[in-house]
Design a protein around this ligand. Structure first.
Ligand code: ADP
Ligand code: MG
Length: 729
């Protein structure tokens, strides 16, 4: 029996995995995290205080107490049955990396002991030469090291019976270049903190720290593991390169917010439990639009922690799914013809005095502060739309953006009717000559109407890539497999940069003798005028918008290789260097790495398409072709008239045509790949892979293969079909 029928057959005998879901969440939350509260129990006063102040200041921990802290962490971990530790980091491959070491060691005289020294906690040198570095380590220094970032607490990862202590680290080269997603993010958050505090101090001198906040929404598909295993394309690329859409897919809209299928529900509860232990504050779960598609979202956290938690969650989701004989598909577009998956990034900024800077205030003064941060965000997105677009560019996300299910590749901002009107008012009523009108403008009461309007889902524009949703912006164009660090690094950097500029301009007016509030209002007005073309309230999916955006001069770069250009423009180099996020060489390196990733992904997809076509589709189709040919021959020999086998002949003709086309196109695609592979420049090669391989062949080959799927005897087709993967569980 083929894997496909085995998979279908096996479904009925799948028993539920027992999940211990009785515990209250609060009873397990953070139980596998070395929180400050835990630290209090396991560390001396001195070590605790030192750790606490490192966390607060965002510094490395003090070497003098590192041994004490390490010993305390080991005592905690061992009490929980941990024997190994690892530095856990987020290299540019896009997944998480770890290398386990044992606490176990031998003393000089051969006595076995368990030990975890401060050095091992603070810094490690993973043999990481095979992580992408974009040539950085080749030119500078051969090795990189991982260093604990105390703002992220150590945690224990449970895999089956094994438990590992994970130390969240950044990954940098010896000459200081970032080799991961986390190090630049921390720099960007620091830049934002400084710039935002300066601006906050116009309104409130007590603000001494501003943190950016992130609440992501993770979309994903779940399918049966046996089906997954029977699809080499899913195994290799995370998406189905072939597969005819099933008669029913999402058109009845019966899956969205429907009841969650039981097997999936058990899985969700299980991965949620694991997440709670790790301190990931998951709060919502529901079905998504497409069949077999779901979403989960946490309560928002500080960006760096939220980023770690999302990376960790993707890992946990994958591991736990296997326990349930399921597979989670995090890919942006696992199935053609139905919605893909995104990861909305809800983002805001909060002060240490407890104010959400994107929540409209209750008094004229806090209103002006809100308006300041609100308009600066719009200005930042306007000025750096291309870099923001580059931050979400990836081969899988190209399938989604602009495909009528996700925002287009045009970056625009949606703010809702009410705030559009407010901005219009400011623009019209604040005049170049400063007078009393300006004073009266300061009294506009934004607070009154916004929250009601925007918090209510009805006034939200789902087609916008960057939408204001009442007290935060929602960056919706991020892909489901993405590490949020990349878009968050860019967003926080462009915000920091814009705020710095804002302060300069306001200060200049104040120096000229202008009253502070009036000066602020004037710069706000300038910013509204300068960036209003990025505001768009209409249907982002429509053709009309693409045309309109072009008229407005907004960039609309549809493919990753070209979108990535924005990372290495003079503008980008200046932005990232002046804010101390990336040097020029770091940017070049990252650009190179992203292009390489793109090339490899398309190359692997192309290979699997060729392989499946040649070794599965064609042999199966040819067998069926023979069957039909024999049938016709037999009927002919039996003396039947042509009319008796007219239908068979018609099918045979169709099949033969699709066989020839498939085979022909696959050959040509392989040739095209060879041409690409000989190209020197990575950028040219990436563009060629996109236009000469992907665009030139993928859809065409798929068309013929999918036709064959419909024509060939169902019993002979051994790849699980869409209806089976999406509807059977
Ligand atoms: P929805 O947008 O689906 O109606 P919510 O408004 O509750 O639901 O939030 C969606 C996501 O936005 C959640 O992950 C939530 O934690 C996050 N979120 C809410 N407020 C903020 C904020 N101030 N900063 C960042 N994320 C936030
Ligand atoms: Mg959502």
């Amino acid at each position: 029996m083929s894997l496909r029928f085995n998979a279908i057959h096996g479904l009925s005998s799948k028993s539920d995995v027992l999940v211990d879901g009785a515990a209250k969440i609060t009873a397990i939350f953070n139980s596998n995290v070395f929180t400050l509260k835990t630290a209090r129990e396991f560390l001396s006063d001195e070590a605790y205080k030192s750790l606490q102040s490192s966390i607060k200041a965002g510094h490395k921990i003090d070497r003098a107490v590192a041994n004490q802290i390490a010993t305390g962490i080991r005592a905690w971990a061992e009490a929980k049955g941990v024997s190994h530790f690892t530095h856990w980091f987020q290299p540019l491959t896009g997944t998480t990396a770890e290398k386990h070491d044992s606490f176990f060691t031998l003393k000089g005289d051969g006595t076995p002991i368990e030990q975890f020294e401060g050095d091992a906690l603070v810094q490690q040198e993973p043999d990481a030469s095979s992580f992408p570095s974009g040539g950085l380590r080749a030119t500078f220094e051969a090795r990189g090291y991982t260093a604990w970032d105390p703002s992220s607490p150590p945690f224990i990862m449970e895999i089956g019976q094994g438990k590992t202590l994970c130390i969240p680290t950044i990954f940098v080269s010896y000459t200081g270049e970032s080799l991961d997603y986390k190090a630049p993010l921390l720099k960007a958050l620091d830049a934002l903190n400084k710039a935002a505090v300066d601006v906050c101090n116009y309104f409130d001198k007590n603000v001494s720290r501003v943190t950016a906040t992130l609440g992501w929404e993770q979309e994903y598909f779940v399918i049966d593991e046996a089906m997954f295993n029977a699809r080499p394309d899913l195994v290799m690329t995370g998406r189905t390169v072939y597969g005819h859409t099933s008669a029913k897919n999402q058109q009845l809209e019966d899956h969205y917010f429907g009841s969650i299928p039981e097997r999936i529900y058990t899985y969700m509860r299980d991965f949620e439990t694991e997440s709670y232990k790790l301190g990931i504050p998951l709060r919502t779960r529901h079905n998504e639009v497409a069949p077999a598609q779901f979403e989960c979202a946490p309560i928002f956290e500080e960006v760096s922690v939220a980023v770690d938690h999302n990376s960790l969650l993707m890992d946990v989701m994958d591991r736990v799914a296997r326990r349930h004989n399921l597979r989670v598909l995090l890919h942006e577009k696992p199935f053609a013809g139905i919605n893909g998956s995104g990861k909305h990034n809800n983002w805001s900024m909060a002060t240490d005095t407890g104010v959400n800077l994107l929540a409209p205030g209750k008094t004229p003064k806090t209103n002006l502060m809100f308006l300041t941060f609100f308009v600066n965000t719009i200005k930042a997105v306007h000025d750096y739309a291309d870099i923001l677009r580059a931050s979400i560019a990836s081969a899988p996300n190209d399938h989604r953006l602009g495909a009528n299910e996700a925002p287009p590749a045009i970056i625009s901002v949606f703010i809702g009717q009410y705030l559009s009107k407010v901005l219009q008012d400011v623009k019209e009523r604040v005049s170049d000559k400063m007078d009393e009108t300006d004073e009266s403008m300061l009294k506009i009461d934004i607070h009154k109407s916004i929250p009601e309007l925007l918090m209510d889902n009805t006034d939200r524009n789902r087609t916008s890539p960057f939408a204001f949703t009442g007290n935060k912006f929602e960056f919706r164009a991020v892909g489901s497999t993405a590490n949020c660090a990349n878009p968050m690094t860019v967003l926080n950097t462009i915000m920091a940069d814009t705020l710095k500029q804002f302060k300069k301009e306001v200060d200049a007016l104040i120096e000229k003798g202008e009253k502070k509030e009036i000066a602020i209002m004037h710069v706000i007005r300038q910013y509204i005028v300068a960036s209003e073309k990025v505001l768009f309230e209409g249907d982002g999916y429509s053709e009309a918008w693409a045309k309109e955006a072009e008229k407005r001069g907004l960039p609309n770069v549809k493919t990753t290789p070209l979108a990535l250009d924005a990372m290495v423009t003079e503008k980008a180099k200046k932005l990232f260097e002046s804010n101390n996020i990336y040097s020029h060489s770091e940017l070049e390196a990252r650009h190179e790495i992203e292009l390489e990733k793109y090339i490899k992904k398309v190359q692997i997809e192309s290979r699997i398409m060729g392989e499946l076509a040649t070794s599965h589709v064609l042999p199966t189709a040819i067998r069926y072709q023979n069957l039909l040919a024999n049938n016709i021959r037999g009927l002919k020999e039996a003396g039947l008239s042509d009319a008796a086998f007219a239908n068979q002949k018609q099918i045979l003709e169709k099949i033969s045509e699709h066989i020839n086309k498939t085979s022909d196109l696959v050959e040509k695609m392989i040739e095209a790949r060879k041409v690409c592979n000989n190209m020197e420049s990575t950028r040219t090669k990436a563009i060629a892979y996109q236009s000469q391989v992907k665009d030139a062949f993928f859809d065409d080959i798929r068309y013929h293969v999918d036709k064959l799927e419909l024509l060939v005897d169902d019993r002979e087709w051994y790849l699980p079909k869409y209806r089976e993967m999406l509807f059977l569980r």
